[in-house]
Write a protein that binds this ligand. Structure first.
Ligand code: SF4
Length: 378
């Protein structure tokens, strides 16, 4: 079953490290909402690419951003209603909204979301240490985060994810520990832990030398200690950056890593449907004025499947890859896998390959090597 992603490209202001597409302009919200609703109703722009999507059951709906909560619970509910009016969204579908504690605290915010059918919320915490949050440009305090989590739970949405960021300016293992303790004390079911990466053109990129960033080795140690801590507290480390209590995996994102189909609507939203990848340009006005998506070529080859699946703790089965894509692993593959297994970077039982937590830390190089050795015809 495919998923639907709606990109909500609005934020109160731009965080200094962020290169996601968003604008700080309330004035264009109404036109954006109308453009998304129109597209959901007609699939005018993505019609030929969407095929028979309207007749298939939708497994997940995800509102990401940007800051979806910035447009208000009523607007998010209108968008979800448009999805439900135009697609087959069964009652068990996972429906998620990303929210920023500072803009989602209006009384009744989460009640409105719950009444519309949202059953999962992902909150941008980043750190429970206010000084660290401030460095990241976040205005809300840890108290705001706690208030938001409790309000969400009281409204009946108990599937809650918090983001934690590693490698924040001036962060230490000790300060990370206090963020971890804080997150778990709130009774959330999911955590996403991302390493701060300095993206070209961001404010942090320009000020990199003045940021007092922790050393790379220290950030790797923080990652491993976070993994250990969460495992000891009953969380499953099911993807490089994602941890959950049993049964609370993010189904929408997991479908990406399993190379399954999804439709993305909104500026900067990507899609993968009927073997093609396509995306809407990072341009709100172009989206509002009806610009069609841009073709991004075919998707779903063996390299892509391996690259995505190796992000998951379940890894890949060589037999499944062989059957699905008719590729013969190269004779050199076992030696490469054994080398990495001896280094503690992956496990290999003769069929299934899965990266370890140490392997996740060097996943780009590791996955590249495995992919190169997968196809014996090269
Ligand atoms: S709130 Fe999120 S999307 Fe918006 S600027 Fe900050 S990091 Fe980027």
């Amino acid at each position: 079953m495919p998923g639907i992603y709606i990109h909500v490209p609005f934020c109160a202001s731009k965080c200094p490290y962020c290169d996601f597409y968003s604008v700080a302009d309330r004035g264009r919200i109404d036109n954006y909402i109308s453009a998304v609703i129109d597209e959901l109703a007609t699939l005018r722009r993505v019609g030929p690419l969407a095929g028979d999507l309207k007749h298939r059951a939708i497994a997940t709906v995800y509102f990401g951003g940007g800051t979806p909560s910035f447009v208000g619970a009523e607007n998010l509910s209108r968008l979800l209603l448009a999805v439900k009016d135009n697609f087959n969204v069964p009652s068990g579908a996972e429906i998620t909204a990303e929210c920023n504690p500072s803009s989602s605290l209006a009384p009744g915010f989460f009640e409105t979301l719950a009444a519309a059918g949202f059953n999962r919320v992902s909150l941008g915490m980043q750190s429970a240490v206010d000084a660290e949050r401030k460095k990241l440009g976040r205005k809300a305090t840890a108290v705001d985060v706690e208030t938001a989590v409790k309000a969400c739970q009281s409204a009946g949405i108990t599937d809650i994810s918090l983001d934690i960021m590693l490698g924040v300016p001036e962060q230490t293992e000790r300060s990370l520990l206090s963020s971890q303790d804080f997150a778990l004390s709130l009774g959330v079911t999911h955590l996403s832990a991302y390493m701060l990466s300095i993206e070209e053109g961001t404010f942090f990129d320009k000020k990199r030398d003045a940021l007092n960033l922790p050393e790379e080795d220290a950030v790797c140690d923080m990652y491993l200690s976070l993994c250990e801590y969460l495992k000891n507290n009953g969380f499953r480390h099911y993807e490089i950056s994602n941890f959950c209590l049993p049964g609370h995996e993010a189904r929408h994102n997991t479908a990406y890593w399993r190379d399954e189909e999804y439709l993305g609507i909104g500026p900067a939203a990507h899609s993968y449907l009927n073997g093609r990848r396509f995306y809407f340009p990072r341009d709100l006005d172009a989206f509002i004025s009806g610009m069609p998506p841009v073709d991004d070529g075919p998707g779903g080859g063996p390299e892509e499947a391996v690259m995505l699946a190796l992000r998951l703790d379940t890894g890949i089965s060589l037999q499944e890859i062989k059957e699905k894509f008719a590729v013969a692993p190269s004779p050199g593959l076992p030696a490469i896998l054994q080398k990495y297994q001896s280094a503690g970077l992956l496990t290999f039982d003769g069929d299934r390959i899965a990266l370890t937590e140490k392997g996740f830390l060097v996943s780009n190089a590791l996955i590249g090597d495995v992919i190169s050795a997968m196809d014996g015809n090269r």
